[in-house]
Write a protein that binds this ligand. Structure first.
Ligand code: NI
Length: 251
């Protein structure tokens, strides 16, 4: 059984087809999923999808790419949603200096949600791009644990996040021919700290790169990790499933 820790069935590219997409997952042994919110509407939708299926969980949060038009009262909505029984984490939250969103707003929204996670004893899902050192320094200040989602930093940096209590989640890039760092991470990071995800609807893995990405494709990520570590797929399947249950505090 595979656990896909990061899908966006709440995105408009997938939402209307979710029934068939989810059935396809079950047909291929992808039996658990976490639908990740990135703003207020997508967080609400993640919670509603999680209530349609008992094996689907939700996260709620405001991502650094979605702080345009941010209002302080949005944080209260996220906090209220976080009390739902199907919400297993706060996220995706973090820092993204690749795009042009104002850094001061990103930092404010990130830290307010870290405080929320600390108060509510919830794990977090981190989105980080071109901001690894600052993200690390910020996370060090809070008593929280979580997931470095779609991790694309170095293996050395990954080990520092692991020491802080974080898991490293790999997505499509680990299968891309030109992506060296995620492959190094897959090889060198212990299996008991790795997770698999798709971050759909974009970034479909090889060999179906360029197509609409769907959650069942997390199996390609597991296969690539098994190949790089030179271990059976079943070992990756079991470990990443258990790791996901551990970090999301699920049975
Ligand atoms: Ni995402």
């Amino acid at each position: 059984m595979f656990y896909n820790t990061h899908t966006h069935l709440n995105a408009e590219e997938l939402y209307d087809d979710r029934k068939e997409i989810i059935q396809d997952c079950l047909d291929h042994n992808v039996t658990r999923m976490t639908v990740v919110g990135y703003d207020v509407p997508s967080s609400k939708l993640a919670v509603s999808i999680a209530h349609e299926y008992d094996f689907i969980y939700a996260t709620v949060g405001i991502s650094p790419n979605d702080v345009d038009g941010f209002k302080e009262e949005d944080l209260q909505v996220i906090e209220d949603l976080s009390h739902d029984e199907k919400v297993c984490a706060i996220g995706e939250i973090g820092l993204d200096y690749h795009y042009d969103c104002p850094k001061d707003v990103q930092r404010h929204v990130f830290e307010e949600q870290l405080k929320l996670a600390e108060r509510e004893h919830k794990p977090i899902v981190i989105h980080c791009r071109d901001a690894y050192e600052e993200t690390y320094q910020t996370l060090s200040k809070y008593d929280v644990k979580g997931i470095m989602h779609c991790y694309s930093g170095s293996d050395q940096m990954a080990l520092r996040f692991i020491k802080l209590g974080y898991y490293i989640s790999l997505a499509g890039p680990v299968t891309f021919k030109n992506a060296k760092m995620p492959k190094q991470v897959a090889k060198n990071i212990p299996l008991d700290r790795l997770l698999i995800e798709t971050d759909d609807p974009y970034m479909a893995p090889e060999p179906i790169r360029g197509t609409r990405n769907v959650p069942v494709n997390c199996i390609y990520i597991a296969k690539k990790i098994a190949e790089l570590k030179e271990i059976p797929l079943e070992d990756v399947e079991k470990a990443t499933f258990q790791n996901a249950l551990n970090i999301f505090h699920l049975d």
